[in-house]
Design a protein around this ligand. Structure first.
Ligand code: SF4
Length: 367
């Protein structure tokens, strides 16, 4: 799948696309001592400096050389908004003019890790737009423009941390795009985030959320990736799932169940199901029973999410029919799941006033 047209970088490369080995080798080939790469990594990922000039541990001629051949930061802030509830939304422009949104969610808003009292979770985008066309999602209306480069994914974290003045504690790959369709760059970014010597985060604090790309789940299993996996399930029958999420025409619920069993056998990491409740669509007692049955196949938490309407995208067809479940039915659904032995989490609607909630990313109030 298409990435950035690198001709637009005028012969330069993104610094954060480089692995430590890569950079060491390039430095050596250009007459610098290879150990300088470690100092650069320490400054960039450990100390999180903001420019080549700020890398005070390397000589000036190396800083000048780096500036000539590399781009320090791959994204530029276009707009930053803060919600009444403390959620922050960042709109970033990329080198080719593509745009992505990134959302910082304060601690209580996301409940992936109930053991961590003070979380600041960054919801990161992995593609500009998205090709999967889920009917409840604003990003789907943008279609796919391209995959993000590793540096563009990593920079969302580093820049958001700097702009917010906080230390981020968790990442969810749940912003714009389907991370499994940009697997290589997403995993490179994970490797960058979790490097032993310059660790920004433990892999346990990173969650990849997929709409259900079976080969990606199998690959994560085969590679024993130590990060967490979340599946956007949203329906308990193939028929309804296909209406909500066209990707379900390719991978059935049975395929997903088998893939998750394979994944759990390999990684021993429990899975999260995400389940947005739509009025009269997926909130019946039969849905409770089927969801409970599915969640028994592997250790699972079910994250029940209120539907956030996307009126600003002027939805048509089935999208226009989707409405949130009432508060009473929402509470009943959760109670019934619990009665059936399901471990349930509730996701509150953070950032609604700035269209930063789940499924709302589409530059609705960008400028
Ligand atoms: S919900 Fe996720 S996978 Fe579906 S269209 Fe939106 S961004 Fe893409």
């Amino acid at each position: 799948m298409r990435g950035l047209n690198t001709e637009l970088l005028n012969g330069k490369r993104f610094l954060k696309d480089q692995t430590l080995e890569n950079l060491s080798l390039t430095l050596k080939q250009n007459g610098f001592q290879s150990y300088r790469a470690k100092q650069i990594f320490q400054a960039v990922y450990g100390d999180k400096v903001a420019s080549f000039d700020d890398i005070s541990t390397i000589p000036k001629d190396l800083r000048t050389w780096l500036d000539e051949y590399y781009i320090f930061e791959s994204i530029q802030l276009e707009k930053q908004q803060i919600s009444e509830d403390g959620t922050m939304k960042f709109l970033f422009t990329l080198a080719d003019g593509a745009k992505v949104e990134t959302v910082l969610i304060p601690s209580e808003m996301v409940t992936f890790d109930t053991d961590t009292p003070k979380r600041r979770t960054l919801c990161i985008s992995t593609q500009a737009g998205c090709p999967l066309g889920c009917k409840f999602c604003a990003t789907a209306t943008l279609k796919l423009q391209r995959n993000l480069e590793t540096a563009e994914i990593v920079d969302q974290f580093i820049v958001a941390e700097r702009l917010s003045g906080t230390t981020l504690t968790n990442i969810v790959f749940m912003g714009m795009g389907e991370p499994m369709l940009n697997y290589e760059n997403v995993m490179s970014s994970v490797e960058r985030f979790t490097m032993e010597d310059y660790r920004m985060l433990s892999p346990k604090r990173i969650t990849l959320s997929t709409a259900g790309i079976v080969p990606g789940i199998m690959q994560m299993a085969d590679e024993k990736r130590p990060i967490k996996l979340a599946l956007s399930l949203h329906a308990t029958t193939n028929g309804m799932r296909q209406k909500l999420m066209p990707i379900a025409n390719k991978y059935s619920i049975e395929d997903l169940g088998n893939a998750l069993e394979y994944y759990y056998r390999s990684t021993k990491i429990p899975v999260t199901f995400e389940y947005i409740l739509f009025d009269g669509i997926n909130d019946s007692e039969l849905d409770v029973q089927r969801l409970a049955r599915l969640s028994r196949r592997v250790p699972t938490k079910v994250n029940v999410i209120p539907f956030h309407e996307i009126e600003f995208t002027a939805p048509t067809g089935f999208s226009a029919e989707l409405k949130p479940t009432s508060k009473e039915k929402f509470a009943l659904f959760i109670q019934r799941l619990k009665t059936n032995g399901v471990q349930v989490m509730i996701r509150s609607s953070s950032g609604l006033d700035i269209d930063a909630a789940c499924g709302q990313l589409a530059f609705s109030n960008a400028v």
